[in-house]
Design a protein around this ligand. Structure first.
Ligand code: C2O
Ligand code: CU
Length: 465
């Protein structure tokens, strides 16, 4: 197995290290340092009769343990790398100090096997976030290096239970039950990304949530898959979307149809169990065959004689973006490449290459005609400036575009604003616009969260200075 340098999601030409120390830490007492150890492990993951599967996991677990912290606190973690390769940890959706963003080659050097790195993560927003490897992500996330990061509101909603549901799909050899180690497959890279053949919820193929009639649950959905878009729907449950990508909706949205979750995206749902005693409710997944069970909720007993009234919105977060559309700097991003695309040449490592040469380099995607990371950012914004980024997906595939360090809002047709998000799922051929306030200084990646695409060129960055 060989890797290109680009697999490391490294900044071409060598990045300077962001030297900034976490700011605003003076007043609060120093929280204790916890450990997070990345290591290999073997887990009985395939059905009985199959061998155990070798995984890479935080503390040897898939998913890693749920990190849970109060809003406004700091998370201090000593990351210890016991993997066979270098790694780093990214706090997806958290408005961290740039030096803690975990992007190897951009915000820190990758942590070598046997070494450690101390993370000190401010948690200004409450909600559902996640952490995952950000060194050779296409391989490391696929091997299991991820977990949920839940930041609790001072006063949470009135629910009976709060459950994290991390969705993933794994590409497993059906004979050996081992993870397919071809992380550079040109087919995955040029098409919809690495899609698995084995779906798990919280690391288990048979995850279920026993429940009671009229119970109210908060479900925190995280899509940790490399490329799969999960389309979820409710059966025997009545629910509301409360938050997307950690940020509360101003008004909870009754969930009537299905909800799309692209890689990296999260949704907080509140659901009431309306199925009867002895029935099975379901968080279902819609695929080509129609709706299939994803998380069954076998109902036994009754929690209350009646349902509760509809939930009030979650308290707003300070990080819900307040972009100034009138003053915003216009930016453009043209996404090209991939199979059935129109890209016939692009800049790679500073040189113009034909599509044939890009194929030889196993690089297939370009932003504004440039493949992968460059020394120059897509834009340099001054702190406090607003930006409006118009994105044209001139490819035949959907992409899940993730901005580090800040949330954005979609500028809808007619000028309204969509919810505050950190990852935008875009269909092939779509043109969409997002706006954000550049209120977090540093170097922030903007990339496709279909990790095979990111490794094959769909990666850029913005600088806030
Ligand atoms: Cu969730 Cu750059 O990643
Ligand atoms: Cu993509």
């Amino acid at each position: 197995m060989t890797y290109t340098r680009r697999d490391a999601l490294a900044l071409a030409g060598g990045a300077t290290l962001a030297a900034a120390l976490p700011r605003g830490l003076a007043a609060a007492p120093e929280p204790a340092m916890e450990r997070l150890v990345a290591r290999t492990a073997s887990t009985q993951f395939a059905p009985e009769g199959y061998p155990a599967t070798e995984i890479w996991g935080y503390d040897g677990l898939i998913p890693g343990r749920t990190l849970r912290q109060p809003q406004g606190s700091r998370l201090r973690l000593r990351f210890e790398n016991e993997l066979p390769g270098a790694s780093s940890v990214h706090w997806h959706g958290i408005r961290v100090d740039n030096a803690m963003d975990g992007v190897a080659g951009v915000t820190q050097p990758a942590v070598a096997p046997g070494d450690s790195f101390d993370y000190d993560v401010r948690l200004p927003d409450a909600g559902t976030f996640w952490y995952h490897a950000h060194t050779r992500s296409v391989e490391q996330v696929a091997r299991g290096l991820y977990g949920a990061l839940v930041v609790d509101e001072a006063e949470g909603p009135d629910v009976d239970r709060d459950e994290v549901l991390i969705l993933d799909d794994w590409l497993i050899d059906p004979e050996t039950a081992q993870i397919d180690a071809d992380f550079a497959s040109p087919h995955d890279r040029t098409h919809a990304g690495r899609r698995g053949n084995f779906i798990t919820v919280n690391g288990a193929a048979d995850f279920a949530l026993p429940a009671k009639r009229h119970e109210r649950l908060r479900l925190r959905l995280v899509n940790a898959a490399n490329a799969r878009i999960f389309e979820v729907a409710l059966a025997g449950l009545a629910g509301w979307t409360m938050a997307l990508d950690g940020m509360p909706l101003e008004t909870p949205e009754a969930m009537t149809g299905s909800l799309l979750l692209g890689p990296g995206q999260r949704a907080d749902l509140i659901v009431d169990v309306i199925a009867g005693d002895g029935e099975t409710a379901d968080l279902a997944m819609v695929d080509r065959q129609g709706a299939v069970s994803l998380v069954p909720l076998p109902v036994s007993g009754t929690a209350a004689s009646e349902r509760r009234p509809a939930p009030a919105p979650l308290p707003p977060n300070p990080g819900a973006t307040r972009a100034d559309l009138g003053q915003a700097r216009p930016l453009e991003l043209n996404m090209g490449g991939g199979a059935m695309g129109r890209l016939d040449a692009a800049i790679l490592d500073g040189h113009r290459r034909s599509f044939r040469e890009l194929v030889d380099a196993n690089q297939f995607w370009a932003f504004n005609g440039v493949v992968g990371m460059t020394d120059d950012p897509l834009a340099t914004l001054s702190l406090g400036e607003s930006a409006r980024l118009s994105i044209y997906n001139d490819t035949s595939f959907p992409h899940a575009m993730h901005l580090h360090g800040m949330h954005f809002r979609e500028v809808l047709e007619g000028g309204g604003l969509g919810p505050s998000r950190d990852t935008l799922l875009m269909g092939g051929g779509e043109r969409r616009e997002i706006a954000f306030l550049a209120d977090n200084p540093g170097k922030w990646l903007f990339h496709c969260h279909m990790l095979s695409h990111a490794a094959a060129g769909m990666m850029t960055w913005v600088e806030v200075a």
